[in-house]
Design a protein around this ligand. Structure first.
Ligand code: NAD
Length: 371
């Protein structure tokens, strides 16, 4: 039987609580599924790694991540670590994972479960049945470009610089990933940039157009200015299938899409590298979009669905277990249909449950779906 090596990095705050619910499902599949067995390792990341080792991720944990078929990441950060040196801040652990695994493609689906359409901040008819994928370039752009500095000038003014840089190679590989994804979905890509005011936007537009012509003429491509994309997401989100965009715009647009589905607690994500030349396997990290939620951490209130759905994406994209991934999606939908809600998605007349009861209910649905 195939084995899948998983590295669990729960991190801080609610990451610890939501990854525990993934462990519940790993145990379930290990006991029941014939599609593969999970071999699990664990390590620290973020503030908890800083407390134990003085760094946000150790070289030993990085080595495990490089070996794993998939990394399941919880969340990092919290006020406790607000004053640690900048290079050791909790987020640095996540940025190192993304950089060293060369995870350049960040997939953020925004799906509106029918049972939650009324919990969205948009009208039901705008979001019911919504299923869009935001593909964000993750390793380039303004978060990494040099120079990046904050200096005091001779006249006493302070000046901060961030640099947006993209090469054609970086744009080409994310464009190809977008067209590949679209072929498995609605066959439509919107490419969002700011070619009207940014040189990187001009290059982005040129390269995506070239890749479309040579690699994916069968897919519909539309170019859209990133600010217009932000407006259109609120006006008529169902016009989109796959939106491909850079690191900064993707960060903002995917959080905007988050709110359409009701809660950050519902949003999974995947970050993938290039396929390995020999094995075809991609390095991969799966994580909920939300952070460590210090306001509710340790209280058993966190919604584990974003992390569980991220595990579902790991099954689909890293473990060749698409059937099991579909089962997870069905189990989540069934639990919501039965009226179970964590506090973040609570509605009148529904039953409020905590993190572990939500995890147990999803496991029970999986059991019912697989007998
Ligand atoms: P957050 O996502 O942690 O929380 C925002 C709000 O959403 C909070 O009110 C929180 O209670 C709620 N929320 C988030 N996830 C939830 C869930 N699963 N169930 C129920 N409610 C949920 O964002 P923040 O408050 O801006 O950041 C808190 C910390 O997390 C900061 O230190 C920040 O740097 C860090 N952060 C980490 C990541 C990451 O690890 N990838 C991402 C974003 C923020």
């Amino acid at each position: 039987m195939t084995t899948h090596a998983l590295l669990l990095l729960p991190g801080d705050g609610i990451g610890i609580e939501t990854i525990a619910e993934v462990e519940r499902l790993i145990a379930f599949f290990n006991a029941r599924s014939n599609a593969g067995k999970f071999v699990v390792e664990r390590d620290l990341v973020g503030g908890s790694a800083y407390d134990a080792h003085g760094v946000s991720i150790t070289d030993a944990a990085m080595a495990k991540a490089l070996k794993a078929d998939a990394v399941m990441f919880g969340a990092v950060g919290g006020p406790k670590w607000d004053k640690v040196p900048y290079e050791h801040r909790p987020e640095a652990g996540l940025l190192r994972l993304r950089k060293d695994l060369d995870l350049f493609a960040n997939l953020r689906p925004a799906i509106c479960y029918p049972a939650l359409a009324d919990a969205s901040s948009l009208k039901r008819e705008l979001v019911e049945g919504l299923d869009i994928m935001i593909l964000r370039e993750l390793t380039g752009g303004v978060y990494f470009g040099e120079p990046k500095e904050l200096v005091t000038l001779e006249n006493g003014d302070r000046r901060a610089v961030d640099t947006q840089i993209y090469t054609s190679r970086e744009i080409e590989r994310i464009a190809k990933a977008a067209f590949d994804l679209a072929r498995k979905r609605g066959n439509k890509v919107h490419s969002a940039e700011k070619r009207n005011v940014m040189k990187t936007g001009v290059l982005w537009n040129q390269v995506v157009t070239e890749v479309h012509k040579s690699y994916a003429p069968d897919v519909t491509l539309e170019h859209i200015l990133a600010d217009n994309c932000a407006m259109q997401l609120i006006r008529n989100p169902k016009q989109f299938d796959v939106i491909v965009t850079d690191n900064l715009f993707g960060d903002v647009l995917s959080d905007e899409a988050a709110m359409m589905t009701g809660s950050l607690g519902m949003l999974p994500s995947a970050s993938l590298g290039a396929p390995d030349a020999k094995t075809g396997k991609r390095k991969a990290l799966y994580e909920p979009v939300h952070g460590s939620a210090p306001d509710i951490a340790g209280k058993g209130l966190a919604n584990p669905i974003a992390t569980i759905a991220s595990f579902g994406m790991a099954l689909r994209y890293s473990c060749d277990m698409g059937k099991e991934a579909d089962l997870i999606d069905k189990a989540i939908s069934a639990v919501l249909d039965k009226g179970l809600r964590t506090g973040d998605i609570m509605q009148p007349g529904m039953t409020q449950v905590g993190t572990s009861d939500m995890g147990k209910a999803i496991e029970a649905e999986l059991r019912a779906l697989t007998v």
